[in-house]
Design a protein around this ligand. Sequence first.
Ligand code: AMP
Ligand code: ZN
Length: 136
Amino acid sequence: MRDDNCIFCKIAHGDIPSKVLYEDNEFKVILDLGPATKGHALILPKNHYHDLYELPDEEAAKVMLLAKKMAIHMTEKLKCDGFNLVQNNGEAAGQTVFHFHLHLIPRYKEDGQTLGWKALEPSQEELEKIKNIIIN
Ligand code: AMP
Ligand code: ZN
């Protein structure tokens, strides 16, 4: 469950050094090298999965539990004012490292970051059409 060409596999298995915040048998939580804010971290499964689509259900559930624990702990320690969880899948969505990871991003009132999007203005008909594509 490891890809020898994958940088996050190397980090997860300790072949490349990183700033480790937490580690167990299945996950490593490290500081992001190009942080959006002070304390920006990444949850990495030790197994190699390309993205969310490949992540097994059991590990997906554990990732969210770990994210919750880390967010509570980091909020207390960093005294941040809020917290974003970000998870990119595919180039179109901004994924640059193709080993599943979840971003833990502490937010501060004046941090100057914008993790947002421009809201579209769909009609009720367009919303209905999309709803039907998704649920049918
Ligand atoms: P994404 O764009 O969601 O694939 O996020 C990849 C993240 O990995 C970016 O925020 C990078 O700053 C971060 N990153 C890339 N290489 C390393 C590394 N060696 N150690 C820590 N973080 C890294
Ligand atoms: Zn990997």
